[in-house]
Design a binder for this molecule. Sequence first.
Ligand SMILES: Cc1cc2nc3c(=O)[nH]c(=O)nc-3n(C[C@H](O)[C@H](O)[C@H](O)COP(=O)(O)OP(=O)(O)OC[C@H]3O[C@@H](n4cnc5c(N)ncnc54)[C@H](O)[C@@H]3O)c2cc1C
Length: 402
Amino acid sequence: MGAPMDLPVSLTGTASGFLDGDALVQAVRDIAQGPLAAVAQECDRQGVYPESVLRQLGAVGAMGVHHSNRAALGQAGLPADFGLAIRAAAEVSRVCGATGFMVWCHQVCGVYMEQSGNPNLGGEALARHMQGLTLGATGMSNPMKTFAGIEQFLLRAKPDGDGFVVNGTLPWVSNLGPDHYFGAVASVEVNDGEAPREVMFIVRCDAAGVELRNCPSFSAMEGTNTWAVRLSDYRVDAGNLIAHPVRPFIGRIRGAFVLLQTAMGLGVAQGAIDSIWKVEQPLGHVNQFLEDRPDELQAELDGLTARIMRLAQTPYESSNEHLIEVLDVRAHASELALRAAQSALLHAGARGYLMSSDVQRRVRESHFVAIVTPALKHLRKEIARLSQPVMPTPAPAQAVAA
Ligand SMILES: Cc1cc2nc3c(=O)[nH]c(=O)nc-3n(C[C@H](O)[C@H](O)[C@H](O)COP(=O)(O)OP(=O)(O)OC[C@H]3O[C@@H](n4cnc5c(N)ncnc54)[C@H](O)[C@@H]3O)c2cc1C
């Protein structure tokens, strides 16, 4: 696979091009407002997959700064920076929600690879992934919903020698291509009386037993390269194993999984606020009578961003309190994106109702932010479950009598 456009990249991580902090955010903004803005409309409606943009984002470091070892970016010694990864992905989503979603797909796949501790998925494979030289994705909606009691596992794994064979179909996995890969979970066939268990693994799209099937057309995000994936006796072994058992692994990464996703909501909301300001000069005289004015939305967005940046300092904390807060900021980001996108449409009027307008595109993107797993309903269900008071263990009868 060739190097990303224009920028020199090396596996040793000594090449220039990878940036940190505000310089990275500015470079991502330039890519988003330049080459990405030029294809955002085609990406939304015509299924144009913005692969070269994803590779450019990788080439400046946007895909790798949340990893604990940043040597692949020539940044050895710098700590994992989830806040920066979220800021970068939000800049992408501000211009194109579909591409922002794919940045998340790739970033979270990197989390699976790193946290697996599997040397076959770490090392050089992770270094290439962090640079965007290879592209990854995630098929975790089904297991996340199954663990929350709202769906059943769609993939089944049968023990086979020192590995497993997996069968089943995932209805939608985005950011796929012939040489891409993604993380997935299958329930393991167990004997009667045995506790249920699962296995998590990387699926390589070019491996034996993997078939990509067309999805129906969506109301937006057509360029996300979203496919149904059918697995037929797909082999899982030491080469592609992420976790077995899976539940403790998910317990460790789910805060990071959800937190990284907030970038989509932040970016879509910011893009909507930008659109409102653009019509302020001609339409402010009447728009002042609307609710959700841009300065109000911006104050709410800045407060939410500050909360997310604080949570991003401890992405792998697994306490209930932390997780509830993470779910809450993810829900707030969805609600704010919905409200800001709708407000932008009301502010823009007919010009925002044109099919070519980014204002109406963002309304549809905000719907996706609210329905992609974990959807708003799923988030609220989990927050309710985790917020239930823990019942005190009843004291033994004797102790009560005493
Ligand atoms: C554009 C797009 C991209 C996505 N990308 C990914 C991805 O990269 N990785 C990933 O893991 N998931 C992906 N998903 C799935 C997404 O995260 C949700 O899990 C999915 O939209 C179903 O959520 P739900 O809340 O509607 O489920 P529920 O309301 O709980 O519905 C239950 C189930 O019914 C099925 N269903 C309902 N109606 C239909 C229908 N008309 N056609 C087919 N099935 C139906 C769905 O499979 C759904 O899971 C994507 C979905 C979309 C629309």
